[in-house]
Design a protein around this ligand. Structure first.
Ligand code: GTP
Ligand code: MG
Length: 230
């Protein structure tokens, strides 16, 4: 029986599990417990980073009377999509494999007002000495072929549990409101269609991303001009 079959079978036969052999029950209980602990750890790491971000934001509003962060959203990857991704990568369907190989189980999306705010947030997050930067990708300086723009940081975040300190990776996507507008609609359009987007539609979406990026730069320039007048 493959690992996937084992878990599906076990879930479908939960009532029968109470009467099944001791070994099987223990195996399932231990995987289930590990998975709950993992979810708790990752959710806690999200809370740590979100609290830190909201402290930065409120500090800015006290010091400079403005908020660099417009919005913060977060999500934990669902068990179905964790299983789907492990399968796609040909990895065993275990909590350890997920922890080792999936760095985007905990995700935070920070929407900023201006491009300069993005770099300020990146700088503040990566300078914090108790976070470890595992990966960073600047899709603003180097947009994806689709036209996608955002700054991605994967941080290993310490969580102080009752008896020990554990680390969990958190993917932070930082973008302007304009970049978020494009990414959200492009995502919707892409998933609306079961087949891949045609080259013509992809090209138009890329053009939209370019125009939006120009507007972002224009707004940034206006912001700087007005700030200089103060
Ligand atoms: P994943 O397996 O998707 O996590 O890819 P990866 O590990 O190579 O990371 P990558 O930096 O390419 O992108 C991770 C995330 O960025 C995705 O899950 C999306 O949220 C977002 N993203 C990347 N490319 C696009 C894109 O072309 N359009 C949109 N809307 N979002 C994108
Ligand atoms: Mg991802």
């Amino acid at each position: 029986m493959s690992e996937k079959e084992f878990y599906i079978d076990t879930i479908e036969n939960l009532p029968a599990l109470y009467n099944s052999d001791q070994d099987m029950r223990e195996r399932f209980a231990s995987v289930f417990m590990e998975f709950l602990q993992l979810q708790h750890l990752y959710q806690s790491a999200i809370e740590v980073v979100k609290t830190h971000l909201s402290i930065i934001d409120s500090e800015f509003s006290v010091k400079f009377q403005r908020n660099p962060i417009h919005n913060i959203e977060s999500r934990l990857k669902s068990p179905e999509s964790i299983i789907g991704k492990l399968q796609k990568k040909g990895l065993p369907l275990t909590p350890e494999a997920a922890q080792k190989n999936l760095l985007d189980m905990a995700g935070i999306r920070v929407t900023c007002c201006y491009i300069s705010d993005i770099y300020q947030v990146v700088d503040l997050l990566s300078r914090r000495d108790d976070y470890v930067v595992l990966k960073q990708k600047d899709y603003i300086k180097n947009p994806k072929p689709s036209g996608y723009r955002s700054y991605h940081l994967i941080l290993n975040v310490p969580v102080y549990l009752s008896s020990q300190k554990k680390y969990a990776p958190v993917e932070v996507q930082i973008r302007t409101m304009a970049m978020d507008f494009w990414a959200s609609l492009e995502h919707q359009l892409r998933y609306k269609q079961s087949a891949a987007l045609t080259p013509e539609i992809s090209e138009e979406l890329r053009e939209c991303a370019e125009r939006i990026a120009e507007t972002d730069l224009q707004m940034q320039r206006l912001f700087m001009e007005i700030s200089d007048l103060d």
